[in-house]
Design a protein around this ligand. Structure first.
Ligand code: HEM
Length: 117
């Protein structure tokens, strides 16, 4: 059986997908086409537009509940980011988020309610 060839995009090529209508981002080294999604994004279009055509894993981790990972696949382009590299700082950050999640610290969303006396 022939081996399935992975398709790659370079960071420079990713930069071509930087505008409304042709908008890609990379999360954990996988290219996602968010051209249509940006209009429906619950966080609005600004956060995605400002990180257009970049590797955005840490921002994605910072702003989303774990359930969001489950809807990502529908935007996958089939392309993997060439030379995807995770910095030591990002590794530490992701490890920390993982540990905090296991402790249940991210289960509730929202702000502390102020009690009027
Ligand atoms: C394919 C990519 C993305 C998907 C599928 C996605 C999906 C979502 C979903 C489902 C929510 C609502 C989460 C909830 O229930 O609280 C959300 C909120 C949000 N997203 Fe994204 N998102 C994407 C990319 C991004 C990027 C790149 C940023 C950049 C920082 C971003 C920033 C935010 C922010 C700021 C919110 C609002 C968070 C809040 O209300 O606390 N998103 N996104």
């Amino acid at each position: 059986m022939a081996a399935v060839m992975k398709k790659y995009i370079t960071a420079d090529e990713l930069k071509n997908h930087d505008k409304a209508g042709d908008l890609w981002i990379s999360i954990q080294g996988k290219g996602y086409d968010v051209s249509d999604w940006v209009k429906d994004h619950p966080g609005g279009n600004f956060p995605i537009m400002s990180l257009a055509c970049q590797e955005v894993t840490d921002a994605f981790v910072a702003f989303h509940p774990a359930s969001t990972w489950k809807i990502l696949h529908q935007f996958f382009t089939g392309y993997y980011l060439k030379d995807y590299h995770v910095s030591e700082v990002s590794k530490d950050y992701r490890k920390l988020v993982h540990e905090f999640s296991k402790m249940g610290l991210f289960e509730k969303k929202g702000h502390i309610e102020f009690v009027t006396l």
